[in-house]
Design a protein around this ligand. Structure first.
Ligand code: PMP
Length: 510
């Protein structure tokens, strides 16, 4: 098999290898069953890195031209029958089912996120008490006001509400947000704000603009599973920094930054998802200092800071940033309605331009109709009226969950009490695994997210995230009762040896 690589042209080497092997197969110079040289051997003979050959082979697998076989190596596949190669009607039964996976991109293969999908699937299941889904309680939605405003905005003749709009978003809403953020010490202007279809889209756009496979990014661990999913799908190498009570451990971050050049640091400094942690003021300063020193952008994801139940949280990183290193993501999903899919991104102007270009390819713009209605809702002061209501309610719900846990929790179960946001982060009794607990708990119609979903590493198996925002105090109490009962039952299950699952230290030593 003779291949010639031309290093003077722009085509990457792996694509040159792919197209030459492809041609050899299509010309039948490499016939079905031919065994391609092992990756390392071909790499040595061509004077390239092994990864270059691995990538080329990967593309050929995706093209459906070759197939790796354990023990046999990589083999040229037989051609699939084409529509012209047989009489369509006589041989209708011979049509092979299409193997979609042969057409997928590598990014698509990395997209699988079963936890997120199953959390979203749970919505609407009736007798289930779900502490899994992180979303607002429907009963507090200001529906009357919102529907009246919708009716007014969508009045006959107001056809602009249904038109295409600018990719960057509806100017009056961006202007409102610039003022609103100004009251939170983020001094920005409408021109620096891009409306997104939720923060999840903001993360996706940032990934499209900044990340190529193999790039490094830094994030806290544990962290938001939707962010982990997007970064993984992009093929990024995720470097993780542990959290303590003060948030991301900046000493560990510094060690990472001194060794790697990440594209950005992703952080949730306020009422973190899932841990509920809030980064201390000192750490916020230290983080910014490190970002300036090592020239690394920060992506600050801030969906929960308005939901504080004690004191107002520390200022956002964006508001403390004096050198335009912070890209800020906000959303209406946690403070109002998640189903509208409306969020925003504040970024330095050149970044915003790139993000807008990326968004053009995704959905042209976020729904004009939704943006117009939201503008009116906000301009009538209804968002600001709504926030104190939900703060009060969610604080009660958090307290109801903490009270129920204090009352029902078996020994060995511990939890955090967040000062805001939606989540309690619990550590299970020693030896207990969240996945096994979920199976049993689901039988009792109570669910949560197992902690490992928030980890890039293999950690978190002994943690669970409980969301208190969606249910009434009574339902929360019932759900926690069921959960604690399940944990107690597992603890009391006899071991094969005749002992129970109880942690040793809980047994008297005498
Ligand atoms: N970031 C974090 C930290 C979140 O918790 C969520 C939602 N769970 C999102 C982003 C996505 O929110 P949105 O509905 O705005 O896409």
């Amino acid at each position: 098999m003779k291949l010639h690589l031309d290093r003077s042209i722009k085509t990457p080497l792996y694509l040159q290898i792919r197209s030459q092997i492809r041609q050899l197969i299509l010309d039948n110079d490499l016939s079905p069953g031919f065994r391609l040289p092992p990756e390392r051997k071909l790499a040595t003979s061509l004077g390239v890195n092994r990864t270059t050959v691995v990538n080329a082979y990967h593309e050929l697998v995706a093209d459906g031209l070759i197939q790796p076989h354990v023990g046999k190596g990589t083999i040229v596949r037989p051609p699939r029958p084409t529509e012209h190669s047989f009489d369509r009607f006589a041989n209708a039964n011979a049509i092979q089912p299409i193997s979609w996976q042969n057409f997928y991109t590598r990014q698509s293969e990395r997209m699988h996120n079963p936890v997120l999908a199953s959390i979203l699937d749970e919505i609407g299941e009736e007798d289930q008490i779900s502490f899994a889904l992180g979303s607002p309680a429907g009963e507090y939605y200001p529906l009357k006001e919102f529907s009246e405003i919708s009716k007014e905005v969508m009045r006959p003749g107001n056809w602009q509400v249904f038109e295409y709009g600018p990719t960057i978003g509806h100017y009056p809403l961006r202007q409102y947000l610039a003022n609103w953020l100004g009251q939170r010490s983020i001094h920005t202007q409408a021109q620096s704000i891009l409306m997104t279809s939720g923060s999840q889209q903001g993360l996706d756009l940032l990934t499209k603009v900044f990340l190529e496979p193999g790039d490094y990014i830094v994030m806290e661990e544990p962290s938001f599973l939707g962010a982990i999913g997007v970064f993984k799908a992009a093929g990024a190498h995720i470097l993780t920094v542990p959290l303590d009570q003060e948030g991301m451990k900046t000493d560990v971050l510094e060690q990472i930054l001194s060794r790697h050049r990440p594209k950005f640091i992703y952080t949730l400094p306020t009422f973190q998802n899932p841990s509920g942690t809030t980064m201390s003021f000192a750490r916020r300063h230290k983080l910014l200092k490190l970002a300036y020193q090592y020239h690394v952008p920060i992506v600050e994801d801030d969906p929960y800071s308005e939901l504080y139940y004690e004191n107002q949280p520390f200022p956002s990183l964006k508001s403390l940033d004096e050198h335009e290193h912070v890209i800020y993501l906000g959303t209406f999903s946690k403070i109002l309605f998640p189903g509208l899919r409306l969020g925003w991104c504040v970024a330095p102007f050149p970044v915003l331009e790139q993000l807008s270009l990326a968004k053009q390819h995704v959905d042209l713009h976020t729904s004009t109709t939704v943006q117009w209605v939201m503008t009116e809702f906000c301009n009538q002061g209804l968002l600001d009226e709504h926030l104190p209501i939900v703060r009060k309610q969610y604080m009660r719900q958090r307290d109801a969950m903490v009270t129920a846990l204090t009352e029902f929790a078996p020994q060995g179960l511990s939890w955090t009490v967040p000062e805001g946001g939606y989540y309690l982060w619990c550590e299970l009794p020693p030896g207990m695994k969240a996945a096994a607990l979920l199976t049993k708990a689901a039988e009792k119609k109570v669910t949560f997210v197992p902690g490992n979903a928030f980890y890039v590493s293999s950690g978190g198996k002994d943690r669970i995230r409980l969301c208190f925002s969606r249910h009434s105090e009574t339902t929360i109490r019932e759900g926690i009762y069921r959960l604690c009962k399940t944990i107690s039952e597992i603890l009391n299950q006899p071991h094969p040896s005749g002992t129970t699952n109880r942690p040793r230290y809980s047994e008297p030593l005498v």
